[in-house]
Design a protein around this ligand. Structure first.
Ligand SMILES: [Mg+2]
Length: 294
């Protein structure tokens, strides 16, 4: 997609928002999330987003996934004002950079934090412990492709993702194969929606990323849609418990599509689908600055 396409898309999104009815706009930032408190100290807040299913609608073909309308503009506006604006994804940084790399100031955490880029993907820092697993992961990818010729086996360099969205009947066989392989090679298993991933046994999850990035923040919002996002919600719980006055908001996305259910019970706010996220951010960014009182 060209920059012009993106601009046109974001322009269309802002027109859509202008046409949105007042009640819908109001409902975007419910009182329970205390948006005024965030708006008053936005420059001390961190915003963390999962990508697939949260900023971008899920697609049958994982490679065709693109950010929802308005996401790039909303993230750009947010990154210009918040202390931290970051995407924390199971995807490699290279993939995220292709979709989000044009957003100035956006941090990209790939592969659950094993990869990191602060400059839109121009330079990528890889966890040194994980790097040594690259040859083993390459063998796992080759073996998985041989074992499941019809399935999408995604080579993420530092992890191997076995997708069964296109053929859900494969789930038990893929589960069994991945479980055996994890055991044999000393790899970690990560279950997601319609996907199982094999990754290096390097302790990392989205929660660890949030905790590392949280130094000095007055508060943080996390947006997610899947099981892999639960550790990030737990990280926010921990920050609230450990830091007096820390303000956390947990947002579950995808509730309308029956997703986000695993997170729904732990969320402060439920959004029905990814296009809601930029609408929420726009509301937050235009929220009148209040007293900041809880
Ligand atoms: Mg997701």
């Amino acid at each position: 997609m060209t920059k012009d396409d993106e601009a046109a898309r974001d322009d269309a999104a802002s027109k859509q928002r202008e046409n949105a009815t007042e009640p819908a706009a109001e409902a975007m930032v419910p009182a329970g999330t205390n948006a005024t408190r965030t708006a008053a100290r936005l420059s001390e807040y961190g915003f963390f987003f999962d990508f697939d299913g949260t900023l971008a609608p899920i697609q049958q073909d994982p490679q065709s996934v693109q950010p929802a309308v308005g996401v790039l503009a909303a993230l750009s506006a947010l990154a210009a004002r918040a202390a931290v604006t970051a995407v924390v994804s199971a995807r490699p940084v290279a993939f995220l950079a292709g979709r989000l790399g044009a957003v100035p100031g956006l941090r990209l955490h790939g592969l659950y934090g094993l990869e990191y880029s602060a400059d839109g993907g121009a330079s990528v820092r890889t966890s040194p412990e994980a790097e040594s697993y690259v040859p083993l992961i390459a063998r796992v990818v080759a073996d998985a492709r041989a074992a499941f010729p019809g399935a999408l086996i995604e080579d993420k360099r530092l992890s191997c993702a076995l997708h069964f969205r296109a053929d859900p009947d494969l789930e038990p066989r893929i589960d069994a194969w991945a479980g055996a392989r994890a055991e044999a090679d000393g790899l970690l298993l990560q279950h997601g929606r319609m996907v199982v991933e094999l990754k290096p046994p390097v302790e990392t999850d989205k929660g660890a990323v949030v905790l590392r990035a949280a130094a000095g923040l007055a508060g943080a919002w996390y947006f997610g849609d899947d099981l892999g996002d639960l550790p990030a919600f737990a990280a926010l719980d921990r920050l609230v418990a450990e830091r007096p006055g820390f303000h956390a908001v947990r947002v579950a996305v995808g509730v309308a599509e029956g997703r986000g259910a695993a997170l729904g019970g732990r969320a402060d706010l439920l959004l029905d689908a990814p296009p809601r996220v930029p609408l929420l951010l726009d509301s937050l960014l235009t929220e009148p600055h209040g007293s900041g009182a809880p």
